[in-house]
Each structure stands twice: as structure tokens, then as C-alpha cells.
Design a protein around this ligand. Structure first.
Ligand code: KIV
Ligand code: ZN
Length: 388
């Protein structure tokens, strides 16, 4: 049986760029957009065109550049926003307007000083108006994570009737637990009339570190689009990480879900975005952190040298990393030292290794990490004769 496609909606250039201090200019955005298109994302959310002339220009230029992906512009449920977004994306091969409004009681009361009935009306009007410009209209129910499911279903039903092609169910505040978010998707699948005409989309924030888990729970329960960013960048604690959801679905084939992303470009894309945004990737970040394929303790190193799969669930080549690294520290054992010494040209016998290892430990206790140049010094200053 063929796998079900989960669309990847990348919002690095919109929700991701909302990170304080990470402003990108149009040139930088174009380079990232081109890479996202090469990576194989289905949708690029290029920006929020009404927000500034610079953002309008970026969305406009990206729309002209992108060859394969849908290009999407964000709007509020406001006519002027929708007109400006439609203008910005008009050159796109596949244009999409992403419009919406807050649906939780807290948003309705405090942001809009409104009522549920009036919010549904505004949602429907926005979708219907966006539909006069483009065929593909995505609706977001902001703060859906804290919106009562029955009301959320009413909103979804109404916007589908107005022509929405995608229903975005954002956990805007990163509050939901995976079970809860998954159950929300299941409820909508089972209770919204006409749901088969639209795709349910996960848009999760990471305030409790659950954005990826919630997105996966969403697709297990029927959603078929995930909104995410490279390196998980985004407001506050960030958004769902693109590289994480892609690799989770790939490493768990029994879920029968596939994204079609060219995972070999993940590592390089992560570095590119980090460098352009001036936002370092934490070393222990899943999939793309500097330590994601680095083994430093003796027991793990011994296992990985014998057979990679003992301590690795992903082949580093699959994400664009040549090979995993064996980091030499004072916690490393003889197997790791022999392995690294061989790589720099020393084939040590068992007796030689014992001697060099004693010397190595003295060095390693003084340094955080033993580098290739240190290995030369350690071997040369050990009391052994060596043919290198
Ligand atoms: O988190 C959120 O609710 C959003 C919407 C504007 C889609 O980013
Ligand atoms: Zn968001």
C-alpha cells in the first residue's frame, strides 16, 4: 500500500522570522526560499505582506522565483490585508492566501471584544473574499489549541462552506498535550461536515517542548499538513522543527506517512538558515545539532565502531552528514583511540595501544576534547616504536 502524503508547509520566512533580532532582507529570503523549493517543501509561507513594504517586496519576489512549491501570504481576517496579500502573490505559479482569526474565548473576549457568532461571520467573510482572488485559501483558527472543540468544529464547517481548502488548527501558545491535540484532530475529522473537501493542518508552538510531538499526534489522527520551520525557529520557544517531523515519519515507516522531502539537504539547510539569521543551532538539537551524530562515551564508541546501529537510529548520510564522529575525551576507551589513531595514520598493535592509551588519558584529563593534532603528539611522546 502506498504511503499517505503529509504536506510540509514551511513558515521559516514568516513565523520563523518573527524571532527577535533575526530579520532577513529580501536577498537572504530569496536564497532561503530557493533552498526550501529544492528541499521539496509543498508550501512556502513567504511572509505577511501587509505588515511592511519590505515584507510585501519579499513575498512578491519569492512568488516570481519559486518553481515548484505553493507560495503563501498571511493575512488577518481583514479585507485590506487580503487585497495586499493577493497582489503580493499574484506572480506565483501556485498562490495561496492564509487568512484567519482567533477562535478561543480568550481571543474573542480580550482581542476582539466580540462574540462567537460574529467571529464565525468574520471568518466566513474573509475566506469568501480571499476566494475571489485565489482558488487555494487556507484558514487559521488562531489559538485553536485552547478553543472548545464543538465551537472549533462549527467554525471549520462554516469556512469549508465558504471555500477554505486547508484548515489550520494552531496550538498558538504551545499549551496542548499530544493526546489532546491528536484528539482535537480526530474530533474535527469525525464531526465537521464536508471535512473531506479540506486538508487539516498542524501548526504547533514549542512553549512546553511539545511542538513536534503534537504535530505527529495530529497527523496520526488525520491531519495531512504540518506547518514547521528550519531548526524550529519561531516566536518564544519556536515552532515545530521541519527536520524533526520529516525524520520521524521517515524512521517510522509503519505509520505509512511520507513527506517527500529530500532529507540529504537538511544539514546544509539548517546551517544556511542559522548563519543567515545569526541564530546558532544548539549542539544537542535533534537531527541537525553539532552533537546529533557525535559519540563521546567509551561504551557507546565501542558499540558504534563495531556496528553503527547499536547507538544510531539514523544513518547520518540520510541527513547530509558524511559520517558520525567519534569524539575523544577522557571518557573514551581504547577502541575509540585506536579508531581515531588509525584515521590519522597509526596502526597500533595491542601492546602499543595500551601504552599510548595511558599517555592519552593524561592528555585527556587536561583537555575537553582531543583533536587530530593532539593524537600525533600523544603517539609521538609515548614510549613505543611506530611505523606510521
Ligand atoms: O501560531 C499561530 O496561531 C499563527 C497563525 C497566525 C497561523 O502563527
Ligand atoms: Zn504560529
Amino acid at each position: 500500500m502506498g504511503k499517505d502524503k503529509v504536506q510540509i508547509f514551511d513558515t521559516t520566512l514568516r513565523d520563523g522570522e518573527q524571532v527577535p533580532g533575526c530579520k532577513l532582507d529580501t536577498e537572504q529570503k530569496l536564497v532561503i526560499a530557493k533552498r526550501l523549493d529544492d528541499l521539496g517543501v509543498d508550501v512556502i509561507e513567504a511572509g505577511f505582506p501587509i505588515s511592511s513594504p519590505g515584507d510585501f517586496k519579499s513575498v512578491h519576489e519569492i512568488s516570481k522565483l519559486v518553481k515548484n512549491a505553493t507560495v503563501c501570504g498571511l493575512t488577518r481576517a481583514v479585507k485590506k490585508d487580503i487585497e495586499v496579500a493577493a497582489e503580493a502573490i499574484k506572480a506565483a505559479k501556485k498562490p495561496r492566501i492564509h487568512t484567519g482569526i482567533g477562535t478561543s474565548d480568550s481571543h474573542i473576549q480580550f482581542k476582539f471584544n466580540s462574540t462567537r457568532e460574529k467571529i464565525i461571520e468574520r471568518a466566513v467573510d474573509a475566506v469568501a473574499y480571499a476566494k475571489t482572488f485565489v482558488e487555494d485559501v487556507e484558514f487559521y483558527a488562531e489559538d485553536a489549541g485552547r478553543t472548545d472543540n464543538e465551537f472549533l468544529a462549527q467554525v471549520c464547517e462554516a469556512v469549508i462552506k465558504a471555500g477554505a481548502t486547508v484548515l489550520n488548527i494552531p496550538d498558538t501558545t504551545g499549551y496542548c498535550l499530544p493526546e489532546e491535540y491528536g484528539a482535537k484532530m480526530k474530533y474535527l475529522k469525525e464531526n465537521v461536515k464536508g471535512i473531506d473537501k479540506a486538508i487539516l493542518s498542524c501548526h504547533c508552538h514549542n512553549d512546553l517542548g511539545l511542538a513536534t510531538a503534537n504535530s505527529i499526534a495530529g497527523v496520526i489522527n488525520g491531519a495531512r499538513q504540518i506547518e514547521c520551520t528550519i531548526n524550529g525557529i519561531g516566536e518564544r520557544a519556536g515552532n515545530t522543527s521541519l527536520e524533526e517531523v520529516v525524520m520521524i515519519l521517515r524512521q517510522h515507516p509503519y505509520l505509512n506517512l511520507d513527506t517527500g522531502i529530500n532529507s540529504k539537504l537538511l544539514w546544509d539547510t539548517s546551517r544556511m538558515v542559522s548563519q543567515k539569521m545569526g541564530m546558532p543551532v544548539q549542539p544537542n538539537k535533534a537531527i541537525v545539532g553539532a552533537n546529533a551524530f557525535a559519540h563521546s562515551s567509551g561504551i557507546h564508541q565501542d558499540g558504534v565502531i563495531k556496528q553503527r546501529e547499536t547507538y544510531e537510529i539514523i544513518d547520518p548520510k540520510d541527513v547530509g552528514v558524511n559520517e558520525s564522529s567519534i569524539v575523544l575525551t577522557a571518557r573514551s576507551g581504547r577502541a575509540a583511540l585506536a579508531y581515531r589513531a588509525k584515521k590519522v595514520g597509526y596502526e597500533l598493535t595491542k601492546v602499543q595501544l595500551d601504552v599510548v592509551y595511558e599517555n592519552f588519558l593524561k592528555f585527556a584529563d587536561q583537555k575537553k576534547e582531543i583533536l587530530d593534532e593532539d593524537i600525533h603528539q600523544i603517539v609521538e611522546t609515548s614510549n613505543i616504536s611506530i611505523q606510521s
